[in-house]
Every structure is written in C-alpha cells, then in structure tokens.
Design a protein around this ligand. Structure first.
Ligand code: G1P
Ligand code: ZN
Length: 542
C-alpha cells in the first residue's frame, strides 16, 4: 500500500558540496529524512520504472535510512533498487554501480571522514546517472523544494533483509541486494597490472593499509590480501563499525597518526596507506616519507602510463584551486590540458564526462580518474602500487626524483575548526573588502602580485561559480588561500592553504612548516586570524 503523508518543511536542508550533512539527532527528527528524499525525487524527471542504487558507509543510522529510502523509492515509482549487502557501498563503488548498470541515479549515505555514532554525523547525497554528485543546479532545486514540501509518498512493507545477497520483491518493485565489492574489484583489475603487483608482494614487498574501521575494510581485504597477495594482516581495522571505533575516519596525519608513526619508524613496511569513512579519500606514506595529496596527484599523473588503464596517456589533469600547482608542471610537460576548479568533486564531473580530463585531485586527499565520477581512495593506492611494481624503486626515491625534475611545491593546510560562524564570516568579508589594496604590498619580504576571490567558468556548461576562496599570489609563485569549509556540521572552519615553489633541488630537504614560515606569518598579517578567531594556532595542520 502506498501512503501520502502530510509533512511540514524544515528550513535547514541545504545540500553542501557533498550532500546534506547533519548530526544524527537532526536526521532523527520526524519526517526529516523523508522530506529530504521526497524533495530529491520531486526534482528528478523520468525515473519511472528505472533503477536507483542505494548504499552507505555503514555508519550509525545507515540501515534505518536505507529502509526508508527503499519504501519511498517503491512509492515514487522506481522499478528497481540495487542496494549493497549490509547497506554497504563505498562512494566510488556506488558510482561504479550506477554507471555499470545504467541506473537512473543513486543515494549515497555518508558523512565521509566525519565521525559517526548516535551524536555524530550522518549524510545523504544524490548522485546522477553519470555516477557523480548532483550538479549545483539540482542541489539548489532540492533545497528550494525542501522549503515548501507538504507531503511525501511511502509504501508499506516489512524491512528488507539487507544481509542476504539476492533479488527480492517488495512494494511492487524488485530489490537486488548485491555484493558491494565484486564489481569494484573487477573494475580495479581492469585498470591495473595485478600480475605485476602480485609479483612484487610475492617477492617480499610489505604494506600497511588502515581501513579506519570504515567502509574500505572489505574492499581492501579482498583486493590487497586475497587478489594481490599482500600478507594477511596488511589491512588493519578492516571491520566497518557504526562509530568507526570512536575515531575520526579521516586519513590525515592527526587521525592516522599510528600509521604515520609506523611509517617513520625502523619497523616501517615499504608502503603505508589509509582511506576514509566512505572510501573516497586516500593517505599515501612511503617508508620515511609522507606524500602530500597535491604531490601525489602530480606523481600519479606523471607515472600513470605504467598502469594498463592509462597506458594511452592522459587527456588532461584537473585540480581544485587550493590544491598545489605541482600537477600543473606535469600537465605542461605532458602537453595536456590543466583545469583549476572550485573545491568539491562535483566540478570535475563535466570535465571527465567531456573527455577533457583523465585524472583529478584535491589537496584534501581526494584523487581519482574517469573510471568513476567520485574520488577513489583504493584506486589511488592501487595506482601507487602499480607504479612501484613497474619502477622497482622505493616511494622516497620516486618522490625525490620527481621534485628534482619538476621542482618542489612546499605545501601545507592550516585549519581553524570550531570558529564562531559570525567571526569567520567577518574575517572573510574583511579580506574581500581589501583585496584590491593588497596588490603591491609587502608582507615579511614577500610582495603581493595579485589577490582575488576565485571564480570559475565551467568550460563545458558555461556556468559560473563565484566566491570560491580568496587567493593571494606573491611574486615568485608562492601563495596563500583562505576559504571557509562547506562540509562542517557545527560552527565554521577556516582553511588557510600555504604554498611555496622551490625549483632548486639543493633546497628540497627543508621541513615543510619551516620552509613556509614566512608565508604563514604573512597570512596572519594579511587576515588577522588570531584576533578574529581568538585562536593562537590552527587545530589541524596537514
Ligand atoms: C572538504 C575538502 C574538499 C572536499 C570535500 C568533500 O571540503 O576541502 O576538497 O571535496 O571536503 O570531501 P570543505 O570542508 O573544505 O568545504
Ligand atoms: Zn569521503
């Protein structure tokens, strides 16, 4: 039976760069989930009888929301739902399923790298038929709908058993519970030289992969240990837990410190890596060397030809604006296009769909390619493994040779979390107001060449996205960027991105914060961060 239920709108259901993200208790309010899902469906056209993909990262509230989504998909006229066993689908795996099976779209349930649990974060994101996050036009329409919604449609049927693979019928539609790993593993096998990587592991190569009790556990065990022969135990924390074991499933140097410490110790394996809550981010650490995500993007692009899936060369490279310019130098050398987009993976979608870019990346540990329309943590790990197997050199040697060839982009991001929202907005407005006067001024001996608020003209659909972050570029190619996070769920987070280009190989061994000290001081002089936030130091430095 299908019911139409009267409801009242909420005013806070604006999807951000990665969907709607709120604390679990917010999602648990009456009809909150239903309102949002109905608003999504109401903004879509032509899905009658088509397939919807549903899956999540296994965090607290995942299963409950999946049952609601199934009943609403049936009531709204979808013909079939494909859902990952146990409610599990990593974000890149969901993107692959949507594309591979020609689904109309998908609901991805995750709050990415944010903590999970009864008082932590949850999220719902809609992905379109290309497998990528909904474009801004659609998320704006969804938000508008949430503000006027008066009713939703839901079918009445008992909970679907999510733990048994198979096809069931419920509410007049077909529900297929699928193995979340199989299609993804097959895709990886089609892109990378599994035989060469297997040989490398067989000859004694060692690695540590930290799944952080999040979604990549089952994927990593199957691919790294079972198919590629990494020693059992190479994958750590591989059981997905609703609260990620009480940790932040964020693969950065703060939350994956144990892995970092191991990789810097005498007992370090050859290669260390981690992924986040929903499996789209990656952390890459060689023995004795952390590879910044910006460098990793550049190095993966420069060496991609070693993997069968990219042997034909790259069509182009894309990076988000705050990501370092290291990849730009690789694009120039390869003679391919380079695109600088606003923060957020969705901006890469058009470039990938149009065949203008093959590899994309963000400084926030997101890297991926045109194989799906999301960033992909394990993909990055496997491309690194493929390159290591082909080049037969340690990570450290590959990194240092890259710097010697292209120059080094010293890079760091300083985050100020939990800033009072008004204070953060005031800081940004004040910066905006003085942009034109910064030009020509000197700070700590560095002269400002240009300063602007980044605006992007999409070369495919000609849409314009403005106010995407304040860039202060100094003479010589150094820069600082200021922007407010669009993914936080409480207060504001100010991100300050600092970059210095050093062509001289004799100066590539400086500690990063030291190499950036003058720019860090200049950023403080320009923005008055301490006074505005009341904080003496960033909460996270990556
Ligand atoms: C952050 C990252 C951004 C990434 C997004 C989703 O967004 O900075 O690169 O695309 O998470 O994973 P932010 O909080 O900075 O808006
Ligand atoms: Zn994520």
């Amino acid at each position: 039976m299908i019911r139409t239920v009267a409801t009242k709108p909420y005013d806070d259901q604006k999807p951000g760069t990665s969907g709607l993200r709120k604390k679990v208790p917010v999602f648990q309010q009456q009809n909150y989930v239903e309102n949002f899902i109905q608003s999504v469906f109401d903004c879509l056209e032509g899905f009658e009888g088509k397939t919807l993909v549903i899956g999540g990262d296994g965090r607290y509230f995942n299963r409950e929301v999946i049952q609601i989504a199934l009943r609403m998909a049936a009531a709204n006229g979808f013909g079939k739902v494909m859902v990952g066993q146990g409610g599990i689908l990593s974000t890149p795996a969901a993107s692959n399923i949507i594309r591979k099976y020609g689904a109309f779209g998908g609901l991805v349930l995750s709050a990415s790298h944010n903590p999970g649990g009864p008082h932590e974060d949850f999220g719902i994101k809609y992905n379109a038929s290309n497998g990528g996050p909904a474009p801004e036009k659609l998320t704006d329409a969804i938000f508008a709908k949430t503000k006027t919604i008066a009713s939703y449609k839901i079918a009445d049927f008992a909970d679907v058993d999510l733990d048994t693979v198979g096809t069931f019928s419920a509410g007049g539609i077909s529900v297929e519970v699928i193995d979340p790993v199989a299609d993804y593993a097959a895709l990886m096998e089609s892109l990378f030289d599994f035989a060469a990587i297997r040989k490398m592991f067989a000859s004694g190569f060692t690695m540590a992969f930290d799944a952080m009790h999040a979604v990549t556990g089952p994927y990593a065990v199957e691919i790294l240990e079972k198919r590629l022969g990494a020693k059992p135990g190479s994958v750590r924390n591989f059981v997905p837990l609703p609260d990620f074991g009480g940790h932040h499933p964020d693969p950065n140097l703060v939350h994956a410190k144990k892995l970092y410490d191991l990789m810097m110790s005498a007992k370090a394996p050859d290669f260390g890596a981690a992924s986040d809550g929903d499996g789209d981010r990656n952390l890459i650490i060689g023995r004795g060397i952390f590879v910044t995500p910006s460098d990793s993007l550049a190095m993966l692009a420069a060496n991609a030809r070693h993997a069968p899936g990219y042997a034909g060369g790259l069509k182009g490279i894309a990076r988000s604006m705050p990501t370092s310019g290291a990849a730009d130098r690789v694009a120039a050398k390869l003679g391919v296009g380079m695109y600088e987009t606003p923060t957020g993976w969705k901006f890469f979608g058009n470039l990938l769909d149009a065949g203008m870019a093959t590899i994309c990346g963000e400084e926030s540990a997101g890297t991926g390619s045109d194989h799906v329309r999301e960033k992909d943590g394990l993909w990055a790990v496997l491309l690194w493994l493929n390159i290591l197997a082909a080049r037969q050199e340690p990570v450290k040697a590959i990194v240092e040779k890259h710097w010697a060839e292209y120059g080094r982009n010293y890079y760091s991001r300083h985050d100020y979390e939990g800033v009072e929202t008004d204070a953060a907005n005031r800081l940004v407005s004040a910066l905006r107001a003085k942009l034109s006067s910064l030009r020509g001024q000197s700070f700590r001996g560095l002269t400002v060449e240009t300063a602007d608020d980044f605006s992007y003209l999409d070369p495919v659909d000609q849409s314009v996205s403005s106010n995407q972050g304040i860039r202060v570029l100094f003479e010589g190619g150094s820069r600082v960027v200021f922007r407010l996070s669009g993914t936080g769920t409480s207060g504001a987070t100010l991100r300050v991105y600092i970059e210095r280009y050093e062509p001289d190989a004799a100066k590539h061994g400086i500690e990063t914060q030291e190499a950036l000290a003058d720019l860090i001081a200049a950023a403080e002089d320009i923005a008055g961060i301490r006074a505005a936030t009341g904080m003496d130091a960033p909460t996270v430095i990556t």
